[in-house]
Design a binder for this molecule. Structure first.
Ligand code: AKG
Length: 276
């Protein structure tokens, strides 16, 4: 195996499991694409009113968070850079709009199709890329940030504003998800699994209200925001099978933490039924 595609040290014997129906939302062709390429773009899912109510809550929260990063952390903390890119996390703790959104019929049906009958919200964050931001967000898998088992969980990158090649839409490396979690190294811009993908990347522009659905194992990046005045706003919601655990190695010990914090990792589906 080439050096650029080293496996994550905790990823032993991973096997991608292809999905089987019956499905509630997706058709056979969409599921086949997800299994083979690791992503789907679904346009026109959420209407303008839904997006507006999320943005009305998220914008002040993001501005407040960015001010803290600027004033108390010299403008940079881990992958957050004031005036460039911000990650405002756990919005479901603060906003009913976000809680209701993550439990919307679209996600309930999608997670049924791609994760099964027992699912929790795993993570949520708004990611804003500011105009004139010159850097890409590097190639990574979401399971390369915090290692979780099962490795195969789900990321939904929801466009709150139109996302295109000018303002930093997602770009994915199709097919690589089937190998499981890759080794990542920390760069100044974020964790990175390779500089160039071992396959032809696919650019995934998406209009406001659309969703780029990908696996936690699908390498993806986003480009710079080279526009003068178009903020690129996304809300990323991730779902994992109930029982998923974060696994950390500390010395000789393997520390397992269940992803079941009730305030932000609540149940979405139980035995296939919508919860809440
Ligand atoms: O939305 C972005 O620009 C990058 C965010 C991302 O890829 C992630 O949070 O995994």
């Amino acid at each position: 195996m080439s050096e650029v595609m080293k496996m994550h040290p905790q990823n032993g014997g991973f096997e991608w499991i292809d999905h089987e129906g019956p499905y509630r939302l997706l058709d056979e062709e969409q599921v086949r694409q997800y299994d083979e390429q690791g992503f789907l773009v679904i346009e026109d899912v959420f209407d303008a009113d839904t997006l507006a109510s999320l943005i009305a809550d998220f914008d002040p929260a993001e501005a407040e968070f960015e001010a803290v990063i600027r004033d108390q952390f010299g403008g940079k903390a881990f992958i957050v850079r004031a005036g460039e890119i911000t990650f405002t996390t756990h919005l479901v703790r603060r906003f009913e709009s976000a809680r209701a959104f993550t439990r919307s019929a679209f996600f309930c049906d999608l997670v049924h199709d791609l994760l099964g009958p027992d699912v929790r919200l795993y993570w949520d964050q708004a990611v804003y890329k500011k105009p004139g931001m010159a850097d890409p967000f590097p190639w990574h898998q979401d399971n390369g940030y915090t290692y979780i088992e099962p490795q195969q969980y789900l990321t939904c990158w929801v466009a709150l504003t139109d996302a295109d090649t000018e303002n930093g839409c997602p770009i994915v490396a199709p097919g690589v998800h089937r190998r499981g979690t890759l080794a990542h190294r920390l760069t100044d811009l974020g964790f990175q699994c390779f500089e160039e993908p071992p396959c032809k990347p696919v650019v995934a522009p998406v209009r406001a209200g659309g969703v780029v659905v990908f696996s936690s194992l699908t390498p993806h990046k986003t480009g710079p925001n080279s526009t003068q005045n178009r903020h690129r706003k996304a809300y990323i919601v991730q779902f994992a099978p109930d029982g998923a655990e974060v696994i950390r190695i500390e010395g000789e010990d393997e520390i397992r933490t269940p992803c079941n914090a009730e305030d932000r990792q609540f149940r979405i589906l139980t035995a296939g039924q919508i919860v809440g």
